[in-house]
Design a protein around this ligand. Sequence first.
Ligand SMILES: Cc1cc2nc3c(=O)[nH]c(=O)nc-3n(C[C@H](O)[C@H](O)[C@H](O)COP(=O)(O)O)c2cc1C
Length: 185
Amino acid sequence: MSRVILGITGASGGIYATRLAMHLKKLGHEVWAIPTETARKVLDYEKQTDVFSYCDGVWDVNDFFAECASGSSSFAGMAVVPCSMGTLGKMANGIADNLLSRSADVCLKERRPLVIVPREMPYHAIHLENMLRLTHAGAIVIPACPHFYNHPESIECLVDTVVAKILSHLGLSHSLSPNWGAPNV
Ligand SMILES: Cc1cc2nc3c(=O)[nH]c(=O)nc-3n(C[C@H](O)[C@H](O)[C@H](O)COP(=O)(O)O)c2cc1C
């Protein structure tokens, strides 16, 4: 069992966070969420507030006394899903001015997996440079780009193609998305 931090921002695509939290729980892991203030509003707007029902705890984004703000905490890693360009910019520049960006900074300094799932289109040069900076610092950037080669029959199946990648890069085993060439592909 691993303990995972789930940062949620005000980008569109809360369903990615919901499906990730649901699968983490099914796999027996602990999920601790940090929604930004805008995330709470966009989750509500996109009807994804169910995400919190899969979480073991939800921290206030301004609570710097939370466990995950410290490098001595015992979290296996963090995913920022979906990640806005604003929060991406903060994380890429070491701006730890809320609990989400601080926790991401802690993961980088402690060399723990930090998976970032940006959601925007198109990207401008600063977005791309921020993703490159984060990659150089050790983060894994997984854009919210689902694949279609396993013939997904629902939005949830499509979303799970991205969730499978996130789980893999957090170092958590799963059987969500069969490898290419496996019998049911
Ligand atoms: C419905 C809605 C959808 C949005 N989608 C995106 C998005 O996909 N990507 C993005 O970077 N910002 C998006 N935004 C704008 C962010 O919410 C805004 O930049 C906010 O400051 C992000 O704050 P946060 O990073 O603290 O959550 C969206 C806003 C709304 C209201």
